[in-house]
Write a protein that binds this ligand. Sequence first.
Ligand SMILES: Nc1ncnc2c1ncn2[C@@H]1O[C@H](COP(=O)(O)OP(=O)(O)O)[C@@H](O)[C@H]1O
Ligand SMILES: O=C(O)C1=C[C@@H](OP(=O)(O)O)[C@@H](O)[C@H](O)C1
Length: 174
Amino acid sequence: MVLIGLPGCGKSTVGRQLAKRLNTAFQDTDAVITDRIGMPIRSFFEQEGEERFREIEHRVLAEFLDGGYQGVLATGGGIVLRDDNRECLRQARSVVYLRASPDDLVRRLRHDRQRPLLQVSDPLKRLRELYAVRDPLYRDVATFVIDTGRPSVSMLANLIATQLELDAANGRAC
Ligand SMILES: Nc1ncnc2c1ncn2[C@@H]1O[C@H](COP(=O)(O)OP(=O)(O)O)[C@@H](O)[C@H]1O
Ligand SMILES: O=C(O)C1=C[C@@H](OP(=O)(O)O)[C@@H](O)[C@H](O)C1
């Protein structure tokens, strides 16, 4: 199953807990990319540009999904920007959109210096722009949407696990 959503929505944090709860593997496309490029993503954006990053991100996503990866996969917030990535995601068995408001995200990420797109003078404005463009794209490929506003990380992991179990019990693949 794949987790999507804006930077800071909890794809890695919730994803790790969910994998434990489901007793399955956890992987993070950003971590795989970082290993592959041998530098932080922020440095890669500065040296090589976003477009090169998106190429590598596409290859990594396709490798996981074409390879039939069965665990929990956290993705980068921009994974839905490319048509071919959205096509890949539609073939995944479950895609969960962790929805978070720009206001919540800017609070969570106020000390972050790693996310290249948010190193701007007005990160709230940037997050609102990202939300406007991406929210419809996340919804387009999501199997279901979870609002992350109130619940804790462990509650969210339990909520998703329960939803996946219900889907499985109702005969829908998870
Ligand atoms: N539901 C939540 N409530 C409060 N803080 C959260 C929640 N989900 C994630 N966080 C915090 O927000 C930050 C970003 O989370 P992270 O999992 O790295 O996001 P992503 O992988 O989606 O970019 C971390 O400090 C994490 O602890
Ligand atoms: O939103 C984006 O376009 C990006 C989000 C980042 O991942 P997170 O969503 O884990 O921050 C990372 O993939 C890269 O900096 C680009």
